[in-house]
Design a protein around this ligand. Structure first.
Ligand code: DC
Length: 223
């Protein structure tokens, strides 16, 4: 059987780095689905598509080819053959990803690609709708979260290290806006499924979260 692990969670819960560390320890791939929505958002911006225009964004998404490749340095996210990985982490693209993620047609396209990949390859898939939509039958389902203040604090520290001087209050405000949009959209809003294990990392450090999740995986897959 192919080992698939589903992991959801809000902005800044550390999903990507935790998911990557857990996947590495298990010797499986990590699929970052947020990067795919980001790549769609950036591609739409570059094409001059109005992000509030659902029909136009959906048509654009259907017309492009979104692919991922796994390298030594993690996932590369590619649109029409162009590697967009280095351009998708800006605040503008973050919000664009959240906006295009509201649209049913966009989600359908992304979910189909993600399901195709996970069907043939053992992987840990992280995102917002993985437990409910992408991998509803995954043997391990996780919801990784932390308080909004703690998530904003971690994001802010990360930005400070990169020389970004955005004030903490602004980071917290952006994070709450994206939470609001991701949790209240009509299609597959972010929320924990009943069968997901909730991992609240507010009081845990990185290594503790990784070990805790590895313990859950072991327990669930030995059943
Ligand atoms: O995980 P992330 O911050 O890179 O995701 C960026 C945005 O993409 C997020 O705010 C909502 C959207 N997204 C989504 O709708 N569904 C997913 N499975 C992953 C991300």
């Amino acid at each position: 059987m192919i080992l698939n692990i589903a992991m959801d969670g809000p902005v800044g819960a550390g999903k990507s780095s935790i998911a990557r560390a857990v996947a590495d320890r298990l010797g499986i791939l990590h699929l970052d689905t947020g990067a795919m929505y980001r790549a769609v958002g950036l591609s739409a911006i570059r094409a001059g598509v109005d992000l509030q225009d659902e029909a136009a964004v959906t048509a654009h998404t259907r017309a492009i080819d979104v692919a991922v490749a796994h390298s030594e340095n993690g996932q590369r996210t590619i649109v029409n053959g162009e590697d967009l990985t280095d351009y998708i982490r800006t605040p503008e693209v973050s919000m664009a990803a959240s906006t295009v993620g509201r649209y049913q047609g966009v989600r359908r396209e992304m979910v189909a690609i993600q399901q195709r990949l996970a069907a043939t390859t053992p992987m840990l898939v992280d995102g917002r709708d993985i437990c409910v939509r992408v991998l509803p039958n995954a043997p391990v389902k996780l919801f990784l979260t932390a308080s909004a203040e703690e998530r904003a604090r971690r994001r802010w520290l990360e930005m400070c290290q990169k020389g970004d001087t955005t004030p903490y209050e602004e980071v917290l405000k952006d994070l709450r806006a994206r939470d609001e949009q991701d949790m209240n959209r009509a299609v597959d809003p972010l929320r924990p499924t009943e069968d997901a294990v909730i991992v609240d990392s507010t009081e845990m450090n990185f290594d503790q979260v990784v070990e805790y999740i590895l313990g859950i995986v072991k327990e669930k897959t030995n059943e």
